[in-house]
Design a protein around this ligand. Sequence first.
Ligand code: BGC
Length: 432
Amino acid sequence: MRKVHRCRFSILSRICLISFIILATFTFINQEIFKLNNCRGLEQDSAVPTSSIPSRYLLIPYREFAYRTSISCNAYKLDQPDKELSQLHPKYSQYLRGAFPYVIPYTNITYEDVENFYNTKSNKSRLAMRQISFASNIEFENIPYKYENGMWSPIGVTSAQRTAILVPLQDRDYNAKAFLLNMHAFARRQLLTYLIVIIEQVYPINSRFNKGRLYNAGVRYIQQNQQKLNITCFILHDVDLIPENDGNFYTCESKHPKHTTLRIRKLNSTSDYSRFYEFLIGGALILTFDMYKRVNGFSNLFWGWGGEDDDLSLRFIQRRACVVRPSYELANYIALPHSNGRSNNARFKLLTWSTVRLDTDGYNKIDSMIRIVHILNTSTVLHLKIDVDANHIYYKSASIGNSQLIYNKTYADLTTTRGPVTTRVAKKLTSM
Ligand code: BGC
């Protein structure tokens, strides 16, 4: 009996010892991962174009990672324009008033209403127009602006940058019209030279939203028209968000992406602003083309709501970039109402593999994936209608129960074609 007892004890203690070793090793590895991905360390060396994170560390439990990581550049201050730029930078605009008097139009507002509003010179007829047709409470100032070669610019001032505001869209027409009505007024207070591009997903019929592909398609379109437009700054903007303060500058920082959506309040809601996790870069993100290209844009694999912006955060981390943010009191937004889109249940699996895919899944692949179905160009909007699955590869079923299928396909791509594709893509990228 005694022997049996001793034996049991020793088996038990062995199990305990082994479990302890496993636990200790796991905790150590975890700590190493978080140390490596901490942005505080990254910002000191943000010019380095490639990651030093060994790929074996990249398969990470995403949820835990997102909630424990900040992508902010902690020590970095926003670019300060020097006095010579006083004619150019929004900071010195004489039209800044602080609170932005956004307008919630009637639901029957049309794109023509917006177009007519911004092309009518006299304040009197503007007033009549808005009272009859689409809103009654507009307080926008009539700031002298001209429309030329596809862009709006302030008369008598050269803006510091040339800005494209890119807005992906699916099924939120009212939000798009309300966005346009407000955003022109907002951009003008800051004396931006700008155009607004709505990138609408129209095919496949009834498919889930692929915001990543839409952004990639929008940036690609601008790049193809750069001779005419000469854009120096991109603003990636959700269609349902309207900024509440005109001191929230829609300008690119020279070295870092800027995330400006820090607090969001639902329209007509009695609850306070929501603050999101530090890792979030969704909402409104402002960056140069160089930065966009450095991370190979967005992943093309996210179908449905959620995750594509978190995937971009992981790309920034891998490419050693952190984001800058304005102060909280400036970065408040109002969220317009809309029905909820279908969410992407595969997003956590996709995020786990995010950084491994960076070079083979993104902006460099967009040409073969999408087709521009229609282009509508008025002075208030460049409206691109897009088929986001022109090669009929990923989106097979309208009632997509196939998130798992997409994930499997992605996984298969990685495991079968990763080596040769990476080199091919790298070559192609340099020629873009
Ligand atoms: C999603 C993001 C989204 C964020 C805030 C996250 O769970 O993955 O895509 O931007 O929530 O709504």
